[in-house]
Design a protein. Sequence first.
Lengths: 325, 331
Amino acid sequence: MSTPILQVQDLQVTYYTDAGRAKALDNVSFTLNSGEKMGLVGESGSGKSTMALAMMRMIKPPGRIEGGKVIVDGTDLVTLSDGEMLKARLSKIAYIPQGAMNSLNPVMRIGAQMTDAIRAHDSSISNSAMTERCMQSLESVDLKREVFKMYPHELSGGMKQRVCIAIGILLKPKVIIADEPTSALDVVTQRQVMETINRIQKDLGCAVILIGHDMGLMAQSMDKVAVMYAGKLVEISTVRQMFTHPFHPYGQALIHSLPNLDNKGVLQGIPGLAPSLLRIPSGCAFHPRCSKATEKCMVVTPRLQQQPDGRFVSCLLYEEDKVTA
Amino acid sequence: MYLVRRVLFLLFVIWVTSTIIFFIPRISPRNPIRERLAELSRSTGYAPKDLEKIVQAYNQKFGLDKPLAQQYAEYMGSVLRGDLGPSLNQYPKTVWELILEALPWTIGLLISTTLISFVLGNMLGALTAWPKSPRWVKGLMAPMMMLQGVPPYLLGLLLIFFVAFRAKLLPMGGAYEIGTRVSFTAQFIFDVLRHQLLPGLALVLSSVAFWALGMRGMGITIQGEDYVNFAEHKGLGAMVIFRDYYVRNALLPQVTGLALAFGQVIVSGVLVEQLFGLPGLGGLLGKAITANDYFVIFGIAFFIIISVTVLMLLVDIVYPLLDPRIRIDSK
């Protein structure tokens, strides 16, 4: 494979709340090649959205990016000035929002909401060129050209989500982060939107990170799956590896909790609750809920390490021989 | 069709309210003519023996001796023909003459201060709720809320005392320097503006927080909206987001408030106009109520009702232009 288009290295985000410091992202690292699609899964509050926001440099106080790098196409976004970051959004890294229902300004025409985005990045482009680019973008997400002149309330939920995608790809970004883009849609529309995202990704050759809970969706359309737990990545593997033979006990529990055709009606949940980020358990954060936890898991913090088959896992079970203390 | 329905409803509202304001002053047992004549005789020292006869003569002249129902029917008829009747207190001037004399002053002071207060208050409110505003802007909210608690006439008194009386920076009252003639010279206009400054300030200071608070509340809600967030994700500059995404949406309910405020403002202007001795509608209404001048009270109230209802209709017509989600159905 070619050089990675996206490298996230030791990214750390902390929220300074009244109740204490919450480590929402704890030394998260991963790489993504262009053309690759990675799904990001995890329970609510595990840090998925925080990761998306941190990559867009949109963490708001009381949160802060404490360290690490987000390198897109050779540029480290974390070190950019605020002005440069504004330009980088949408042109290098684009975000497709979660609640597409409310993500468009109700009093502006769709066209105006597309052109202002282009104008913010390129003040010299002519109006006709700009309109043409918006039209093309709308067409590439299977929307009619007329949508350009419409208001958000005249569109259906699926159409609004497509508009958001059309806005996301206006400047042909290298990386697209889609934060649960289908969560508010019915299954038929979900499938259509996912097909659109897949096609766009192929056309642009960009990398896609899809955040979501829907394991089925991940299995259908992603190349890789990354599992987050308590602000850390615990396993990154290919979809096949993940769904046939997950390594991390949390990943295993996730897969076992999915319904399948052989044992209908019997669903296995994961015991316990996701930990509060204010009180992350010592050692491996998953140990209180882990069926395979040992004494050591309470003390030693595992690191994300590459396994012989190429996947990354953060679990003491797989670094036994390397750990000494 | 929508418009016809609206206008019919509007006429109904005007009829009901004008009926109420026709009867209310007449419920009181006071007779404005007798009071006026008594006042005249006190001031001149001449007490005519047949005062009652004069009172009756005037009652007959103005039609006040007829049964109330007949008075109502006849007066409403003349109102329909555009005649608001004579002033009882300042006869032979008609109500229309009095209103037209006072109107320019009221429009000049009350309308302009309301607009200034609306623009200023909304700007301040939007800025105090905007997270990127400097700290001192956010700090303006506390003094504004304090001013909001002070009624405009009290604020006017304080201004008269400190600015006009102590510091002698501005005139204490009146519409223009006594002895000057009303004209359209630069000098006269400047003189008028100088006289309007303090009452204007009193009105703006006491009402600006109303707009600022409303806008601030809306602004905080709008900031949490996904579309403001997504605008940031698009890499838009702070100015564009502030103008097109934030203020534009937060302003919508404030526009409705503006039409209502125009009706309110004459009421709050009554005391301020009286205090500063300005010849506006407020002052006129105040005088009319003291003298129980039926026709003038009715005339001014009727005028306010018509202005407010027409403004409301205008807002209803303009609102769809501001908010595309609201469209008048063409069925």
